[in-house]
Write a protein that binds this ligand. Sequence first.
Ligand code: DON
Length: 197
Amino acid sequence: APRGTDTTHFSIIDADGNMVSATLSVNLPYGSAFVPPGTGVLLNNEMDDFALVADAPNAYGLIGREANAPAAGKRMLSSMTPTFVRGPDRTLVIGTPGGSRIITMVLLGVLEFIDGADAMGIVSARRIHHQYLPDAISAETGALSTETVHALEAMGHTVDAGRRDWGNMHVAIWNRGTGEVEAASDPRTESGRADVR
Ligand code: DON
């Protein structure tokens, strides 16, 4: 498969029931664009996940203040949400890249799981997002019906519908009753892969 350019997520369940949910990021393309001489390691630019200037949006439009201000030894806020959910019969491993939208995407995926969706149903579900500021609901094409958009606007919401797709979700599900394992990679991108062996 072609390589992606974004943050990467792996969802893994092995034959012994060991599980990994791992999201890895250099934040923005090429990270800090700096390789310390002799290391071959591209440094990230996760510093942008701090509120570098109070009330000024970061690359994802997130706004913060003192609580997320940079300081020695402190860790910046992250939206990365590698997740396990243990339901009554099934166990879910889920995660995705996507900056500030990650939290919403994983929540929507977990809700699909609770509603009984299979792995492909979870990664395929249309997505909506709100992050408090900017005060607008964004929605992928087809995520909200025209009636729903109008109803939300009538309630005073700003709706930015018909946005380009986002995310690259990877899901593995173990049905502990039947022993069956299934996996799915987000159909929005060709860089992902899902295998059950
Ligand atoms: O930790 C965070 O929330 C961000 N650094 C994640 C960046 C990301 O997902 C970019 N991917 N598309």
